[in-house]
Design a protein around this ligand. Structure first.
Ligand SMILES: Nc1ncnc2c1ncn2[C@@H]1O[C@H](COP(=O)(O)OP(=O)(O)OP(=O)(O)O)[C@@H](O)[C@H]1O
Ligand SMILES: [Mg+2]
Length: 262
């Protein structure tokens, strides 16, 4: 038996090894700036604590590296696959985040340092996913968050994430069914969870192996009371309708908007 501190040390070593590996990959990609920002001290601490609770057993490779966040594959208790989303502290679009958090009474007390806003953002995504799930919208099950780190169910298998709707569409036998489910989820999100996704498009919907849509990326989602909720909803509807129209489904933004809000 290895005692716990040793185990945790092992986990951290593994994380650090992965970080090093990422550094190498970045070098190859001629991009030096990313890694130190992702695994800054606060992030490592948060990961360390999550590992020490046993929630993260091993950290895998990156699934996605983006502007606001990086998503990693990981293994949790019982070999369960996890997705770990790590928001960047230094390079996040602080101003945009702040605009979304302003106007959300749940976060009225958030102090205005960059770090605090990113932490609030992480918590907000966790809560939004929780609300969405309660309303029977398919989203990754949120498991835990800590500082800028969000741990959730991995949508995929054996380390391979399910494709984005954008890419899955060509192989779908019944696009109309995916469209209908998407609209149904938007409706549940609005009517039961009282949320608007606010960044919904073919880039934030995964399609699982049952050809079911899964909404992801809900940090920016807002309550329907948010002053800009209607504007965001219209934009979401516009994106979804445009995409499915191009995929051959006859959809009308006005009808969909009415369906969601009636
Ligand atoms: N739970 C999950 N299971 C599997 N893959 C996921 C999961 N969450 C996110 N991903 C993958 O990671 C990508 C980025 O995730 P997400 O959309 O939440 O971050 P993001 O905020 O868009 O990041 P950025 O905008 O900075 O690129 C997704 O497009 C998807 O491929
Ligand atoms: Mg996204």
């Amino acid at each position: 038996m290895t005692d716990l501190p040793d185990l945790i040390d092992d986990k951290i070593k593994r994380i650090e090894r992965d970080v090093d590996e990422l550094r190498v990959r970045d070098k190859e990609a001629d991009d030096f700036k990313v890694r130190d920002e992702v695994f800054d001290e606060l992030t490592l601490k948060a990961l360390y604590r999550l590992a020490s609770t046993g929630l993260i057993q091993a950290l895998g490779g990156p699934i996605s590296t983006g502007k606001e966040a990086n998503v990693f594959h990981a293994i949790g208790p019982g070999g369960r696959e996890l997705a770990i989303k790590i928001y960047r502290i230094r390079t996040s679009d602080f101003k945009a985040m702040h605009d979304y958090i302003l106007g959300d009474y749940r976060f009225a007390n958030v102090r205005k340092t960059k770090k605090d806003v990113v932490f609030a953002w992480t918590k907000k995504e966790f809560r939004n996913l929780t609300r969405a799930r309660k309303a029977r919208v398919r989203v990754p099950e949120p498991l835990k968050y800590r500082e800028n780190v969000l741990v959730m169910q991995f949508i995929g298998r054996d380390g391979v994430a399910c494709p984005l709707l954008k890419h899955a569409v060509e192989n779908l036998e019944n696009v109309k069914e995916v469209y209908d489910a998407t609209i149904e989820f938007m409706k549940r999100l609005y009517q039961d969870a009282h949320l608007v996704h606010a960044d919904l498009s073919e880039y934030n919907i995964l399609v699982d192996d049952q050809a079911e849509p899964v909404f992801i990326d809900m940090g920016q989602s807002v309550l329907v009371q948010h002053p800009r909720a209607q504007e965001f909803l219209q934009r979401d509807v516009g994106n979804v309708v445009k995409f499915f129209n191009e995929a051959g489904v006859r959809a009308s933004a006005i009808t969909v908007l009415r369906e969601i809000t009636k």
